[in-house]
Design a protein around this ligand. Structure first.
Ligand code: ADP
Length: 167
């Protein structure tokens, strides 16, 4: 049977426990291989460089790949999402849905992508209860204002973010 390859795109500035929950659920239940695509060019200037974001995603997802004996690749992308999916042999686009506020944009994107490429199907995973309020942008804001972020992101990410705002 053909391998089901999923593409999980995002900015990951930085990766949070919410992202990791999506990676774990997709790996456990949906795909034979997951390509995590980290956006190279980000509109609003990211706190972490592309290389830093990729390194953190790789570090934090290695344990999930091992747990499920599934390949997880971390790549950069700057082209159309459907072209990136084709480039990596992915037919499933994985997105997380947190709240109604995510819905409009995601619905529009999924429709646009289906018009551009019928072979790629977008699959949405509803955020888990305990992570639905976690967004990279909010975590950064809390950290900048001196709040404790260790329950929202992996330990190494919390340390790296703390350093950014100390500097
Ligand atoms: P983008 O720049 O596309 O918003 P993000 O890095 O913020 O990229 O998120 C990538 C994907 O992960 C999106 O589908 C987003 O909805 C999803 N996501 C982000 N945070 C969470 C969370 N806490 N729970 C579930 N999905 C999430």
């Amino acid at each position: 049977m053909a391998q089901r390859v999923g593409l999980y795109p995002g900015t990951f500035d930085p990766i949070t426990n919410g992202h990791l929950d999506i990676v774990e659920r997709a790996t456990a239940h949906l795909v034979d291989k997951l390509v995590i695509a980290v956006a190279i060019n980000v509109g609003k200037s990211p706190v972490f460089s592309f290389d830093e974001r990729v390194a953190m995603v790789k570090n934090e997802t290695a344990v999930i790949a091992k747990k499920y004996n599934t390949e997880i690749e971390v790549k950069g992308f700057q082209n159309l999402l459907v072209d990136t999916a084709k480039e990596f042999g992915a037919t499933i686009l994985i997105r997380g849905l947190r709240a109604v506020s995510d819905f409009d944009y995601e619905f529009q994107m999924a429709s646009m992508n289906r018009h551009l490429e019928q072979e790629v199907e977008t699959v949405f995973l509803m955020a888990s209860d305990r992570y639905q309020f976690i967004a990279s942008s909010l975590v950064k804001e809390v950290c900048q204002l001196g709040g404790d972020i260790e329950q929202f992101v992996p330990k190494n990410v919390a340390l790296a973010l703390g350093k950014k705002y100390q500097a």
